[in-house]
Write a new protein. Structure first.
Length: 113
């Protein structure tokens, strides 16, 4: 080898040092979607209310609505009365069967823009 190569090798030798280890990264944070969580909770509470008595109240409301609609509007109001009565009966039945429905709905509405 030439003198220049030997000199270059001699200059390059020295004490090796390592850079400090990189700091630990924070653990990956799971993305939390507040709107989806509130929606899932709302649907879960509505289902519990429906299965605990909402369906029965919807049927009663539909029957009462049909009867009132037929009497007041002479056959024209039977079907709309049944639909309106069923919706009102379902809403009141679900709310009465599971009191946690109303706060769950309000929590979901708060997440909307």
């Amino acid at each position: 080898m030439s003198v220049l190569a030997i000199a270059a090798l001699g200059v390059a030798t020295g004490t090796a040092h390592a850079d400090p280890a990189p700091p630990d990264q924070p653990p990956a944070v799971q993305y939390v979607d507040a709107r989806q969580d509130a929606y899932d909770n709302m649907v879960r509470q509505i289902e519990q209310g429906w299965f605990n008595g909402g369906a029965m109240n919807a049927q009663i409301g539909a029957g009462v609505g049909a009867a009132v609609g037929c009497v007041l509007f002479l056959f024209v109001g039977c079907l709309p009365g049944a639909a309106i009565g069923g919706a009102i009966g379902a809403a009141t039945g679900i709310g009465n069967a599971n009191p946690a429905v109303q706060p769950a709905i309000f929590d979901f509405v708060e997440t909307l823009y």
